[in-house]
Design a protein around this ligand. Structure first.
Ligand SMILES: Nc1ncnc2c1ncn2[C@@H]1O[C@H](COP(=O)(O)OP(=O)(O)OP(=O)(O)O)[C@@H](O)[C@H]1O
Ligand SMILES: [Mg+2]
Length: 261
């Protein structure tokens, strides 16, 4: 009991976050809806505007951010004040994948909480304007721990796809954020449509996100297209090209909201 109360990492985490002005948590109810692509694109947009930006990949079971940035063979350097996140295109990147390599991370319950606390305590971000946090899906231990320790000025975006199943589970995520008093600045409907010959085709049908947004006082809903180019960019491993996508141009609205806040 006592050891839980005086975990020295708590102080280390608090100290690290003193130099990070704001955090943006990227969440979803279901997996595979585009959180990592969206977190990456938001980070690149912020860095491109000159903000000191960090991207923290907290997905314990499928950390893909180092792969997106072609950093999978890089090791974070050690410094007096912790591990220095490798940098790509102006974004400082930290991920549990740097420690796990291709091995599975057999984490459960308390060990998940420990892994997250550890990465928050040992990462030396330096001064940041924004830390974007790519969260694991759902409302489990990882999300609760991250919400507990990422305690600076924080906001969230919630990502879904236009499927009834995905929407039904974001309700839980949105309620959790409400309980935690983390403001949701936007709801993102990813892969909402496909543009063919300038026609908008809603392959998966339409969902009523506006209604949900109103219920939770979320002012902004952003629809993103299915953009086959994204997967080509990932294959060549040139993340900076994500800045040239329609997804990036639509996400600029989110950057403007962050700048006004
Ligand atoms: N707008 C889009 N257009 C085309 N492909 C997309 C789009 N958004 C995401 N994808 C693709 O969908 C897949 C899942 O995306 P991503 O890994 O970002 O989801 P995730 O929510 O982070 O998943 P997980 O919950 O497993 O972490 C990836 O292959 C990605 O390239
Ligand atoms: Mg992901």
């Amino acid at each position: 009991m006592l050891s839980e109360k005086i975990d020295p990492r708590d102080l280390a985490i608090e100290k690290k976050f003193r130099n990070i002005k704001r955090s943006l948590l990227v969440l979803s109810g279901k997996g595979g809806v585009g959180k990592s692509i969206i977190s990456t694109t938001i980070s690149l947009l912020l860095a491109n505007k000159g903000y000191k930006t960090g991207l923290l990949d907290l997905d314990l079971h499928g950390p893909v951010i180092p792969t997106i940035f072609s950093l999978e063979h890089v090791e974070p350097e050690e410094s007096k004040h912790g591990l220095i996140p490798p940098q790509a295109y102006g974004v400082k990147v930290m991920s549990l994948a740097f420690f796990a390599r291709d091995e599975p991370l057999p984490l459960r319950g308390k060990s998940k909480v420990d892994a997250i606390k550890e990465v928050l305590a040992i990462t030396n971000w330096g001064n940041l304007d924004f830390l974007v946090v790519d969260m694991p899906p759902g409302t489990g231990d990882e999300v609760l721990t991250a919400a507990r320790y990422v305690r600076n000025e924080r906001t969230a975006v919630v990502v879904t796809t236009p499927s009834k199943l995905s929407v039904s589970v974001i309700l839980r995520t949105m309620n959790l954020l409400k309980d935690l008093k983390i403001p949701i600045i936007a709801l993102i409907n990813n892969m909402a449509y496909l543009n063919i010959n300038e026609k908008m085709i809603r392959i998966f049908g339409k969902i009523d996100l506006e209604n949900l947004a109103n219920k939770f006082n979320v002012r902004t809903c952003i629809e993103l297209p299915i953009e086959p180019q994204i997967n080509e960019i990932l294959e060549i491993g040139d993340a900076k090209k994500l800045l040239d996508t329609i997804v990036a141009s639509k996400l600029k609205e989110l950057i403007e909201i962050l700048e006004v806040k």
